[in-house]
Write a protein of this length. Sequence first.
Length: 513
Amino acid sequence: MSRLLDETRGVLDHAITVLAGDPHAVATLTAHRARLGGPLRVALAGSIKTGKSTLLNALVGEQIAPTGVGECTRVTTHYADGPSPRIGVTYRGTRRDADPVELPALHRRGSLVIETERLDLARVAALHVDWPTQHLRDVTLIDTPGVDSAVTRSVWGQPDADDSTPIDAVVHLVRHLHEPDVAFLESYGDRVAENVGAAGTLVVLSRADEVGGGRVDAVMAAQQVARRYRTDPALRPWCATTTTVAGLVAETARTLRGVEFTALRTLARLDRAELDAQLLTADRFVAASGVLPSGTRLALLDRFGLFGVRLATSLLRRGVDDSAALAAELARRSGLDELRDILATRFLARRDVFQARSALLAVDRLLARARNAPTAGGPSRPSPVPRPAPAGLAALAEDVERVRAGAHGIVELDTLTRLRRRPLDVPGRGAGLSAEAERLLGDQGPSASARLGVAEETGAGELRAVALAALGRWRGHAENPLADPDTVETVQVVLRSLEGMLAELPRPVPVGV
């Protein structure tokens, strides 16, 4: 356990003591305390039918989240590693005797089925799915209803959202990044930023195959679009970076079946002109006669989509000769591998920092609520819980600030979020300097090589030389008389990051010693 998490646990214990008279506050604080040092909690957010559940299945490598034509995620659902399959139910308010605490974990056609017919979804706070898999040991994935859902309220954009559900990072899915999508991100961006900040938010174009009109190179075209959006001033304030994934292909790649590989190989052996004519539209493909019956073709379309069938048969023609190799190549070309790398380097590598920041923010919100609560018996109405003594609240606030000020990792995250919204203002150097500042603050990963922008295999001696050169440059920026106060503050944070990096790099041993 890191020192930061130990200090955060101490703050939470202090807060539980000060706010002991508020059951909601105690539940929230206890939830944060229990998951310190555990898996990173990553929420999948977006509007209806952006492919949240499909992407979750791709990340896990199994079909455990329901997918389909209609709205499938009607209540927030947590997917975590567990010793055996289990589906638990938690409720808002008091649970009734007739309310089930568990649902049966049913399997149908290789997929987990979550039957919610017995539940009053308006009263359900969340479902908790335990699933034994190594892919959920380091991360808990939270599948959320669409923010535009009419069925149930979402965890985003709601003033009364349950704060006892700690979230460390957000993967925000959009179909396209047109003006309505940017407006959507802005609408919910403040709520997301309040919890995780731009440094903890990743935007994913989740229907990459649609960007290129379903062509075999559609994902590559979508990746170029995503790279351009990384510098878009309308999007930068709301996320750390953007990437793209063809969700259906990614899911199918991780769950490819032998019968599907056989069917695809049969198609790939057809005359190319004949197969290309069949794959012009879904209707033509299903109606085509010959080597595969229509039922098999429909099943392929359901699992791969037309783009996926085109891509898989193209790969088979080019020499991919077994199901494992096909699955690996489909995962790479779908964008899934790049997405997993981003999650690992930008989020999982800073798990302790994200968890501590989330917990301290929760304490801040509870402190504000306690300070604004009406005094019992006051002129408005009796307070539902005893109001803590002002001295106790002040001491807790000082404890929070002490830990936050000493946690440079949290300062880095907050500075990165600020830089996304307000780049450095240095005449002639603003854009380039902001990009370097973000990199040095760990925007592309917290390792020394990622911060310094050099190859991962770079030796310690060269890393130290590059870091010393950067330190000299940024000390010069700190002395710039034209720099505004915000720039000076950011420069000081960068300098501290460089000094901390140098302190951890081994010093060269003098010759002869």
